[in-house]
Design a protein around this ligand. Structure first.
Ligand SMILES: CC(C)(COP(=O)(O)OP(=O)(O)OC[C@H]1O[C@@H](n2cnc3c(N)ncnc32)[C@H](O)[C@@H]1OP(=O)(O)O)[C@@H](O)C(=O)NCCC(=O)NCCS
Length: 328
């Protein structure tokens, strides 16, 4: 009998501190940097974002989201036999110990479940889901905790108005379990390292100091152009792999980077905008956390129901992009 992987619980967490465009514009104005609510909303669709407290790490946000996903799945931490964490803002410099291992400890998982981070920036969650799906289908693991968590505010240069207004912090998580019914219907992942320079943190650590910039750099217009052309294509590839039409998709849960990119993708796919889950206005771009945050919100408010077909897709630094088609 075929084994599928199925989402059996979702959870998410946003840090308490909410900063509106008006508040951010006022803070930036004090440093002589000009921006406005009108510019940010018109160009990106973002009205507010949440920022973690200085002592909150990605693992802290991840812990809250994971606990909620476990509760929704009706599971205890030690029921989990694999943890996959998507983050580009890991707790530790160099990424080790992995933030997944930190979350394992904070959740109190003592069963030796393997834990690893996946780095694909804003595509991280679809990458992590695809890895979880493969492990479950292979029979190696049964209950996988998949998390996307970020504290992007730590790598934002608040002197660069072209980037600092766009990102926020948050976490989302799902539990994926082995099931006799689908589940994940198709996954498609891609990368093209030749575009690495248009969205990156250029610096590196050498001899105990940072060489180059430790801040996020983005060529916004170049990213925009690439994203629009890639997302519709990868969503179609996933549909084709599942032998389905876009008309069979109940919900599009895209990476929440920019409302114009999201609307463009929905339009190209022939999906009415009412079928798209949108959280970018309130969350900003939370990178690997944005898809599970949006998914959890739509599950909890009752829009996404068991049996619905959901397309998740994202694009991010690397360049990376991918799509996961699931039946809830
Ligand atoms: C970043 C982005 C919103 C910029 O929008 P845009 O329409 O391309 O704007 P541009 O970068 O061409 O800048 C237009 C003008 O606005 C100005 N500007 C940039 N940021 C600004 C801000 N926060 N406030 C006010 N003005 C700003 C620029 O300096 C420029 O001024 P100029 O014409 O005098 O030089 C857009 O390119 C984008 O969304 N890109 C994709 C980002 C993304 O999705 N990233 C994540 C991928 S995972």
């Amino acid at each position: 009998m075929t084994t599928y992987s199925k989402i059996v619980g979702t959870g998410s967490y946003l840090p308490a501190k909410r900063v509106t465009n008006h508040e951010l514009a006022a803070q930036l104005a004090e440093q002589g940097i000009e921006t406005s609510d009108e510019w940010i909303v018109t160009r990106s669709g973002i009205s507010a974002r949440h920022y973690a407290e200085p002592d909150q790490l990605s693992s802290d946000l991840a812990l809250q989201a994971a606990q909620r996903a476990l509760e929704a799945a009706g599971m205890q931490p030690n029921d989990i036999d694999l943890i996959i964490m998507a983050t580009s803002t890991p707790d530790h410099l160099g990424g080790f110990p992995s933030t997944a291992c930190v979350v394992q400890r904070k959740l109190g998982i003592t069963n030796g479940a393997p834990a690893m981070d996946v780095q694909a920036v804003c595509s991280g969650f679809v990458y992590a889901m695809s890895v979880a799906d493969s492990f479950i289908k292979s029979g190696a693991h049964k209950n996988v905790l998949v998390i996307g968590a970020e504290v992007f505010s730590r790598i934002l240069d608040f002197k660069d108005r072209t980037t600092c207004v766009l990102f926020g912090d948050g976490a989302g998580a799902i539990v994926m379990s082995a099931s006799q019914e689908p589940g994940v219907l198709a996954t498609k992942l891609h990368a093209d390292g030749s575009h690495g320079h248009i969205l990156c943190v250029p610096g590196s650590v050498n001899n105990g100091t940072v060489a180059g910039s430790a801040y996020l750099y983005m060529d916004g217009p170049a990213v925009f152009k690439l994203a629009v052309s890639l997302l519709d294509k990868v969503a179609r590839e996933a549909l084709e792999a599942a032998r389905m039409q876009s008309t069979e998709v109940d919900w599009l849960v895209p990476h929440q980077a920019n409302i114009r990119i999201m609307q463009g993708t929905a339009k190209k796919m022939g999906l009415p905008l009412e079928k798209m889950v949108v959280t970018v206005a309130e969350h900003g771009n939370t990178s690997a956390a944005s898809i599970p945050l949006a998914l959890d919100q739509a599950v909890r408010d009752g829009r996404i129901q068991p049996g619905h077909t959901v397309m998740m897709e994202g694009v991010g630094g690397g360049f990376t992009w991918g799509a996961v088609l699931v039946r809830m």
